[in-house]
Design a protein around this ligand. Structure first.
Ligand code: URA
Length: 479
């Protein structure tokens, strides 16, 4: 017998959930079902609708499956629903299956999830709205060609960001219109439905050309971060070939005048490309460095806006020890490198006492942008919240996946939350070796800035000694 399940849209997770419960309650197998989103080919003449089943019991699913399913349903592969069904069936007898990276189904689903998440990120980074006017006033329209069915997945992001405007996002499969109060999903469109240029574009292009730093031009990194297919929709893109072609002569002209050393007087003055590429990621292999250049334009949470730049991890790609802090501080934000301010100096001293060469470790943070409150001329550190940590796990997880460290040393509660995916009380779990799902060991200790905040000198000395002991134990475990 074969069954056909009609879905309401291409990424219909709710429809899938309901039908898969009904199927599993009746022992219907994954290869007996043809999943049919609206764009699928007509079904077999003999296919039936699933037999009804009142209140089918929900299958047992780990949270990681729900998170994975949310992105995998957006993948363009016609097999996506069947693969998820197969995984659900296998999870009933092997609840930890998703942790087994060697399993081909796990591997395939994880790859699909990553591809969708990358596409979601590209859409957030490269969509450009163009201004139009209609009978109701301003209306912004964007054209974008995603690789997967991600319009609904990204809807919340764009709605939150442009809540008070009226706008429409056109894509070939499906479009999204926000009327200022409610979202409407509309049929797909063509590029010709979108406006070609808006009045602000000339100004934006002039600005782009004047800030384009030819001395820092890295064509390959630029092309891998911003593949050509996205250029077509970016107003500044038409300038790029010309700017690349003339980069050499522009650079020569730039270095003729004496170049005084620049100390940024304001967080933004430094210019992120300069500090990012100079502060550098010494020793990063190309997957990690291309991750770093992707992260340089990260807008996954609002923290990117007031920060000077993304502060990505640094260290050799062969490091066995990964050290995770909380987030860059004021000095890290300006320098573009982790742990270079007061907490970094405290960390360096303790690492040296524990016999750890910082240069052999990979040092990074749970959150890659500086979160702060402006107070006059000062910027007062503010801890990232759970949502910001979650948004930035996207980068930390990929750093971990690329580096595959033997031991992940977590400094403080934010790092622990990012690595372990749950709230942690440092006092309770400090100093133990923890098994992480990817096979690495985890080790939790305090954050060096905790030591800096202790006022009593005797207590501070004792706590510092304990910190060094923890680092020694972690180094031993990493070996
Ligand atoms: N504190 C951190 O957690 N990370 C840094 O990079 C600097 C200070």
């Amino acid at each position: 017998m074969s069954y056909r399940v009609e879905l309401a849209h291409a990424a219909d997770l709710e429809g899938f959930r309901h039908a898969v419960r009904t199927a599993m309650a009746q022992g219907i197998l994954p290869d007996e079902i043809e999943w049919a989103p609206p764009d699928s080919a007509p079904g077999l003449a003999l296919a039936h609708a699933l037999p009804a089943f009142a209140n089918p019991p929900p299958p047992r699913v780990p949270r990681a499956f729900l998170e994975l399913a949310e992105v995998v349903v957006c993948h363009r592969s016609p097999a996506r629903f069947q693969l998820l069904h197969e995984m659900l069936v296998r999870l009933q007898s092997s609840p930890r299956l998703l942790q087994d990276r060697a399993d081909p189904l796990v591997d395939r689903l994880q790859d699909m999830g990553k591809s969708v998440s990358r596409d979601r990120h590209k859409m957030r980074a490269f969509v450009r709205f163009r201004e139009t006017t209609d009978a109701d006033g301003q209306h912004y329209i964007a054209w974008f060609e995603p690789e997967h069915h991600i319009v609904r997945l990204n809807a919340g992001f764009f709605i939150r960001r442009f809540a008070s405007q009226r706008w429409t996002m056109l894509t070939p499969d499906e479009s999204l219109h926000w009327d200022g109060e409610a979202a409407h999903f509309l049929p797909g469109a063509t590029r010709a439905d979108a406006p070609e240029e808006d009045p602000l574009e000339a100004i934006w292009k002039t600005y782009y050309a004047s800030t384009f730093n030819s001395a820092r031009l890295k064509v390959k990194a630029m092309q891998s971060e911003m593949p050509k297919k996205y250029w077509r929709n970016l107003p500044e893109a038409e300038l790029i070939p010309q700017l690349i072609a003339t980069a050499e002569s522009r650079t020569a002209a730039m270095i003729l005048p004496l170049d005084p050393p620049r100390t940024p007087s304001h967080p933004r003055v430094g210019g992120y490309l300069e500090t990012q590429s100079e502060g550098g990621n010494p020793g990063l292999s190309s997957p990690l460095s291309s991750l770093a250049s992707e992260a340089a334009i990260c807008t996954r949470c609002p923290l990117y806006a007031p920060a000077t730049q993304t502060v990505f991890g640094e260290g050799p790609s062969t490091a066995r020890l990964m050290i995770v802090g909380e987030q860059p501080g004021d000095q890290e934000d300006l320098a573009g490198r982790p742990f270079v301010g007061p907490a970094g100096q405290m960390l360096d001293r303790a690492l040296a006492e524990a016999g750890i060469e910082r240069a052999n470790a990979y040092v990074t943070n749970a959150v890659k942008h500086f979160k702060y409150q402006p107070r006059g001329k000062r910027r007062i550190h503010e801890s990232p919240n759970a949502g910001e940590i979650q948004a930035c796990r996207w980068w930390l997880d990929q750093e971990r996946a690329q580096l595959k460290p033997a031991l992940v040393l977590m400094l403080g509660a934010s790092a622990a939350r990012a690595v372990l995916g749950r709230a942690v009380t440092v006092g309770k779990e400090r100093g133990q070796l923890l098994a992480l799902p990817d096979g690495a060991a985890g080790f939790l200790t305090v954050h060096p800035s905790y030591l800096l905040r202790i006022e009593n000198a005797v207590t501070q000395r004792a706590e510092y000694a304990r910190f060094v002991d923890d680092l020694r134990a972690a180094a031993q475990a990493a070996r």
